[in-house]
Design a protein around this ligand. Structure first.
Ligand code: FES
Length: 95
């Protein structure tokens, strides 16, 4: 089931990003966080007590969307990182 709004939305051709090695459909121009959430990745990390952490602000303030990208820039905020075809993303607490 898609989590994306489709009615009245025109998107470019889909591309794949790879989340922990698994292909996830995304669209260039959207944020990595949008692609992750649309792909069902809702938990990004755990706090020191083991409680799940999920993105909160979607605008670069809370740092609860930190992921690793394999393009040399290491840890980034997913909500501020644009999708690029073939981008490899590591979400530390996602299986
Ligand atoms: S969701 Fe808050 S910094 Fe990304």
């Amino acid at each position: 089931m898609s989590r994306r709004i489709t009615l009245g939305v025109v998107r470019p051709a889909a591309v794949n990003i790879f989340v922990n090695g698994k292909a996830v459909e995304a669209y260039e121009g959207e944020s990595v966080l949008t692609a992750l959430m649309a792909g069902g990745v809702l938990v990004m990390s755990r706090d020191s007590f083991g409680r799940m952490r999920a993105p909160f602000c979607n605008m670069g303030v809370c740092f609860d969307c930190m992921v690793e990208v394999e393009d040399g820039s290491s840890r980034v905020r997913a909500c501020l990182t644009p999708v690029r075809a073939g981008l490899r993303v590591i979400v530390p607490d996602h299986n």
